[in-house]
Design a protein. Sequence first.
Length: 346
Amino acid sequence: MAVTIVSVEEARRIAVRAQLLDGSATNLLETVRALGFLQIDPIATVSPPQYLVPWSRLGPYDAAELDRLLWDEKKLFEWNAYIWPIEDLPVVRAHMRRRARSRHYTHERRGHEFLKTHARFKRYLLRELEQNGPMLSRELEHSSAPRSLEAHRWWGSRQVPLMLEILHVHGVVAVAGRRGKQRLWDLSERFFPETETMPAREADALLAERRFRALGVRHTKAGWVAHPSATDGAVPDRVTLLSPFDRLIHDRDRAEALFGFHYRLEMYVPKAKREYGYYVLPLLAGDQLVGRAEPHFDRRTGTLELLGAWGDTSRLDEAISSLAAWLGADRIRSISSGTPPVASAP
């Protein structure tokens, strides 16, 4: 394969275009297919990233469509905290099989030991799902269910979710829907369609190729290398905010090399030591990261609050107004003395 080295200016344009942040995104399904996946996270300071990342590309869209594509049309599926196109199921299944076999890492060995120690409950859980699934984790509680003396930050002292997570990563059970924010579980063999069996090495190569294509460029010792299918050209003068989980800036060092923009999520930094704020979003204008802002959506009052803004925020009101329209905010309120005024919600 021929290697094409491009300048940093070309690389920026290619990266923005490859990530569909140039306004070329047309619908949710094709956007997920182009990006390769959406990362799932429960943090909803503005909106969870699996919903916010598409908004950055599509503008105001029907967020309920994501659930329809997942659970009704089954054109997407959920695995290991990511949402994938269903055509990538053979690739993901190769990773499931590898995870089910691997004992390379400490957490993998602990997972296998956990399943072995609690084999009786595992049999009960799979039998219940076979007979009654899909089910919530709390509906699978049983006298044989393992419990921990120490409360875990995610699932407390209950170990049923841990059992489900291990079996999920191994490809034995699948997320088959949601009831509110709670996942519904079922047997993978019943939920997923039949697919070809892809060797792990082939799956790795295919996934790496798709990720390179989705990013557009990668940084090497020789410089910025463009994907063979990448297209360069002027990026429209479009402005939007990016989720901290957005793949354009997910690799912080790459983003700094590409845009000259130092960005770190300070959510876990003590408040007194934060340079900016708790959940700050980069501001993309054209092919430049020009500033950052900290919006917060108060769902109780329907207010999109702007807690702070930094850098060149001359066009921030455009992005905030679009965000408010998508969230269904009734009003926008700036509550930081250093924040520029923002237009009212549409």
